[in-house]
Each structure stands twice: as C-alpha cells, then as structure tokens.
Design a protein around this ligand. Sequence first.
Ligand SMILES: [Zn+2]
Length: 290
Amino acid sequence: MSTCARAGRRWQLGCDKLRPRVSIARCFQGYSEGAGVSAEQVAIAAVGEALVNAKRVAVLTGAGMSAASGLPTYRGTGGLYNAIEIEQGMPIEEILHMYTLARNPALTWKYIAQIEQACRGATLNRGHSILAKWEHHFEVHIITQNVDGFHTAAGSSRVTELHGNLARLFCLDCERAFTISDFDMNKLPPRCMHCDGLVRPGVVLFGEMLPAAALANYERELAAGFDVMLAIGTTAGFPYIHDPMVAAGRGSTITVEINPDLTPLSTQVTHHLQCDALDALEKLDLVLAG
Ligand SMILES: [Zn+2]
C-alpha cells in the first residue's frame, strides 16, 4: 500500500562467498533412495546448502507469506477488492490514498476497518514460526510488506515493517499513539480522546513514502551484505524489493524467490522455488534440521 520514490537508487551489496560446509548429498536426506530427483528437490537442496553455510540471511516477505494464515489479499484469488471500482467510482488504490484520507477520512477508514475486520482472528502460521526458529542457525533479517505483525508475534527479533502495522494508530495532531482496540470501529473516523484530532492508521497509504526509519534500517542491512536473500510471496513489483534482489544476485549473494507464480524476479534470481511459502519453508527447515 505504498509508493516508493527511490526507484533508480543504487544499492550497494557485497559479501564474501563462504566455502560450503556440507555436501549437496546431505540435503537429499529424507528423500527416498533410488527415486527420481525432481528439479524442485534439486533447488531445495541447493538453497538448503546455501542456508546451512550462511551467516546473514535476508527474508523479504509479502502477502503470500500470510496466505496460510487465511489473510485475504487485496486483489487476486479470493481478494477483498476484485472489482475495479468499488465505491463512488473509486478504485481501492484511490480510497486508500493519502489524499482521500485528508479529504474524506470516513471513506478511507471504512475500508481500513474492513481490512482490520478481515484480519481479526487470523494468526501467524508455521512459516512465521520456522523463520523465527532459524535465528538459531544464522542472523535472520526480515523485511516485510505485510502489516499484520505476525513475524514479531512469532518471535523474530529483526523485523523491518516497510508498510507499517495495522494495529498501530496515531493522532495526526498530537501524535499520540494508540492501538486499534482503543476505538469503536462503528464510529468512523476515529478521533483522538485527548485533542479530538483525526486518528490515522499506522500503515503506509498509497501516495506516501515508506517510513524513514524502516527504510534507513533496510538500507543499512543491505549495505552490510547478505549470504542469502529470500523473497517470499511477494510479486516484487516495487523497486525496493526487486532492485536489491537483482543487485545482490550480481554479487556473491544467493538469491531465492519462493512464489507459486512467475514474477519479474523469477528469471533473475539464483533459484525460483515455484511453490507456496509454507511448503517451501517446511522443506528447507528439514534440510537445516538435517
Ligand atoms: Zn491527539
């Protein structure tokens, strides 16, 4: 839910290639002997080997990461907003735009509340837990486009939320912070109980820059370099996902896309695992546990 004005930025990446500490054969443990080895198994083994040897790993996550939690995407199969125009002739991108929040906050909030309602009751899935557990093996830096807070809830300690967090709200006038449970979503837009100012969601709306602190943290970690970068369940349409992956792949970083669909990244990464996030993470976890 954002626009990034940093397209074209030069991302600097670099990391010494590490010598493998396990053979690729080890990564096939668990597969039945004599059975034919599929291209997916070869890719899982190669990515698993890269992870076994890694010290620093970046995990870039999008909507596909939370699909197993039952969260709807905004568009696509089962999406909340498959109709192009949903209200007053406005597409969802316009309703969730910073200008609409300023001109007609009740309309923007009506749909923010719908998204919040759809997310309520959903919880983190085993994929989030696997990524949190991987901190025992190597440094895991999670950079997420998701606003559900599930990575932190799962126990991951290095989480950068590029698009904010749906549960966090703040007053546009006095800047006091709130949580969504502080307000009755039947009375929209929510007003600050201290100064009666407009309270806005803590997510990045269309037309807005990414949060400066989150972006600075992301850039700092990219500059330090990663041994492996995984892009999980993101269409990679935004330059701040696509460009660092491509730049890292030109160096010594192993880049991996986990996505059942083809994206602009699919032909530019070291490995494309064409499967669901949870399926891939469970298989890679088996290799790491080996
Ligand atoms: Zn206030």
